[in-house]
Design a protein around this ligand. Sequence first.
Ligand SMILES: *Cc1c(COP(=O)(O)O)cnc(C)c1O
Length: 343
Amino acid sequence: MIDLNELVRENVKKLIPYSCARDEFKGKSGIFMDANENPYGNLNRYPDPYQKELKTAISKLKGIEEDKIFLGNGSDEIIDLCFRVFCNPGIDKVLTFTPTYGMYHVSASINDIEVVKIPLTDSFQIDLEKAVTLFSDKNLKLIFICSPNNPTANSMNYSEVEYIISKFNGIVVVDEAYIDFSEKASFIKLVNTYPNLILMQTFSKALGLAAIRVGMAFTNPSIVQYFNKLKPPYNISAINQKAALLKLPQIEQNKSIVFRIKKERDRLSANLLKMKIVEKVYPSDANFLLVKVKNADYIYNELVSRNIIIRNRSNMIDNCVRITIGKKSENDRLIDALKSISI
Ligand SMILES: *Cc1c(COP(=O)(O)O)cnc(C)c1O
């Protein structure tokens, strides 16, 4: 059985967190003279540091207890908090399966944590045999698994991911930023089984609220408490909490938008496959396509000159580009533009 406290950095365990005015008095009504706020205006008060109302709504939606939810200023804040809670700078390590989301590496580097990389297999799955050989390394504290993975667009094999979570004596972060575009099962249920699992989702992709910077972590309550200890007290603004809260009752309308994007994904994929410059369109569980082309650098530049911006990923995967699914009219523009490019 994993002892979470064993994994947490000593300074984090000892830390006495900043206690803000809203920590010390939790009542909702009264004359507030405790936080040096301006008494005039509509946005004059500090926001709820623990985003109670929003967490209640998310809890209902996801069927997971409120004390197992942490909200960050984007998933990016949660990624950073994972390093700050569990990894000693200059000593500890993180494992990633590449190519994957760039923030894991950047955040590790900011925190002076060594990144161990195991390349995904030819079918973009985790090389389980290689991964397992690293489990005995006492300084390996974190494993990041992105599923569906950015930029390869596929989901990781469920039983292999569960195997890793169950066998690794450190923290496993599963990043499900794209889960709403996938037909595969979410790993969220496993949060109730494995105390070392941190499952991340976000308002930035399917929910269409990248601007508000709200990321979700579902994990056991003691990790939520450690995150709360380290985060800036008011990490999510009142306006952003409100915007997220207003989105949740519209979840049904949002599903039809997600459905539309998935239909466009299939249509774009079929169109791309007909083109001579396209070598392969990888199957996608996300709102983007990974496409192998004849000359990625050339095609990228030609599209830019036609005012269409895609992501050139050829430095990660040979001659591959990543194309985010747009509106139908935008996808049509891309298709026409690609047809006009000859190599
Ligand atoms: C887009 C994306 C996110 C979202 O990050 P936010 O900070 O919540 O906007 C997280 N993980 C992956 C893999 C992504 O591609």
